[in-house]
Design a protein around this ligand. Structure first.
Ligand code: PHE
Length: 499
């Protein structure tokens, strides 16, 4: 039997896992989320969520991958036959996310260039939606946005080449280059941002604790939501990556290191972003609150404005910012794409290169939809629904299946403890069997309530139906469909109980 690929070094695995975790979510999602949910007071629920759900789930996924040695569907299917579909469902979700994530990285590549020549002009918002995206109406494709095609091709070329080369020489080497580079670039950005006038006001706004927020359940849900998304949990990623760990690998400690590294980067991003926002607020005579934004708006509309206001070397600062987005994004894109490359290769007994060509090729073609003039609306809608009713729901199914249906937590705990420095105890099982399902369940109900009250972003109902609900629920069906075929070879090359 072909030997399973393995990471070359522990650091290699850790950097790849951090590369997946540290993504656009850290840079553009965390700062605004923290600010809007209590500022300095947000750190309490955030830390609580990290310790009671984020790291425990990460340990669970690492242990499953290490113990069952397969892609997410294969590993979960080996635990219990019926769980295979949860793995495929998560793989389908990752596939869908990869199709638009690639396009955002392509935008960032173009913006890195625009930063150098200030191509976005004074009105950065109308540049982004108008000149740059030629935005049409929701649901209208409206032709292809040609300038995105070349950077998009570059994004896919890099990703698929890295994956085609393999785990050790491809994914590991790429992350060993990307992640340290990202940290250095980002540190330069943060230091520069901190030396701008008004930076202190920005930080003050960011860290100012609003203790009343602690009493608001919505703030706790936001903290858990941020942690789940940010740690790439329930994307099938961490199971896949840990399935390449050598036999003797610490699991629990690795999960703590990944979790803390990811949160540290998140905090760093919060500091950098708010220092820059404080500067812009001062320059434009506004309050910090008036300039806060998250997501695409922060990166592609507000940051260009900040760059416009900068006194010296603004082009370099802008270039570094968008280069950071590209690096953070690429290492995450590599990780989600690997989930379906691994799953498809194992299921259809294909070589890695063939699986990359088929899976990656299909994803690249679908990504053209988001490179159309109507792309922004498709992207926004698919992203919203796939995160709220894909990732969160699949995560809920995963913990409930493992903790309650298979009653596997004790076995997983024994497996992790036989290998790790830090010992898991009853606290770990309580976090997974009780805290995580309760929070995820509550989060889903809350999301659903808001969804039914008003159309997301006021988009037409039909559009939301096809590109929101059908996509999110479709991932579940595609997952089920994939289980029809039997695995070509399902014996473990390493007996489960070996240490
Ligand atoms: N942790 C990633 C982030 O913060 C989430 C993610 C991973 C998204 C992989 C897409 C792909 O952006």
């Amino acid at each position: 039997m072909e030997k399973r690929s393995q990471w070359g070094t522990r650091v290699g695995f850790l950097l790849a896992a951090m590369g997946s975790a540290i993504g656009l979510g850290n840079i553009w999602r965390f700062p605004a989320t923290a600010y809007e949910n209590g500022g300095g007071a947000f750190f309490l629920p955030y830390l609580f969520a990290l310790l009671t759900a984020g790291i425990p789930l990460l340990i669970m996924e690492y242990t499953i991958g290490h113990k069952y040695r397969g892609s997410a569907p294969k590993s979960l299917g080996r635990m219990r036959k019926g769980f295979e579909w949860i793995g495929w469902w998560q793989v389908a979700i990752s596939f869908i996310i990869s199709t638009y994530y690639a396009v955002i990285i392509a935008w960032a590549i173009l913006y890195a260039g625009y930063a150098l020549n200030g191509a976005w002009g004074d009105d950065t918002t109308s540049f982004f939606v108008g000149d740059f995206l030629n935005v049409t109406e929701p649901g209208v494709v409206g032709g292809m946005n040609m300038k995105i095609l070349i950077p998009l091709a570059i994004v896919w070329l890099i990703t698929l080449t890295v994956l085609g080369i393999g785990v050790k020489k491809g994914i590991e080497v790429a992350n060993k280059i990307f992640i340290p580079t990202l940290v250095v670039l980002f540190l330069i950005i943060v230091v520069r941002a901190l030396t701008l006038d008004g930076a202190v006001d920005g930080l003050q706004a960011f860290f100012q604790p609003n203790w009343d927020a602690i009493g608001d359940p919505g703030v706790w849900v936001a903290a858990y939501g941020q942690i789940f998304f940010s740690l790439s949990i329930a994307f099938a990623i961490m199971i896949t990556y840990s399935s390449y760990l050598p036999k003797k690998s610490d699991i629990t400690n690795n999960a703590f290191i990944t979790g803390f590294a990811n949160s540290s980067f998140e905090l760093l991003a919060g500091i950098g972003v708010f220092a820059a926002l404080g500067f812009m607020a001062l320059q434009t005579n506004q309050g910090v609150t008036d300039v806060v934004d998250g997501g695409i708006g922060l990166a592609f509309m507000v940051f260009p404005q900040i760059i416009n206001e900068m006194p010296v070397l603004s082009g370099v600062f802008g270039f570094l910012f968008f280069a950071s987005l590209v690096l953070a994004g690429l290492s995450s894109l590599i990780s989600i794409t690997e989930t379906y490359v691994a799953g498809v290769a194992e299921k259809f007994n294909l070589s890695r290169v063939t699986a990359v060509a088929i899976g990656g090729g299909l994803s690249a073609i679908i990504s053209l939809l988001y490179a159309s003039n109507g792309g922004l609306f498709f992207l926004d809608t698919v992203d919203h629904f796939i995160n709220s009713y894909g990732v969160a729901l699949a995560g809920l199914f995963e913990v409930v299946a493992v903790a309650w249906f298979a009653k596997e937590l004790k076995n997983l705990q024994a497996h992790a403890n036989s290998l790790s420095d830090i010992m898991l105890g009853a606290w770990w099982r309580v976090c997974l069997a009780w805290i995580t399902p309760v929070v995820l369940g509550y989060m889903l109900l809350q999301n659903l309530r808001v969804e039914l009250m008003e159309n997301y972003e006021g988009y037409p109902i039909e559009f939301l139906f096809y590109f929101g609900w059908v996509v999110a629920i479709g991932a579940m069906f595609v997952g089920a469909l994939m289980t029809v075929r039997k695995w070509p070879n399902n014996e473990l090359e390493m007996p489960i109980d070996s240490k």
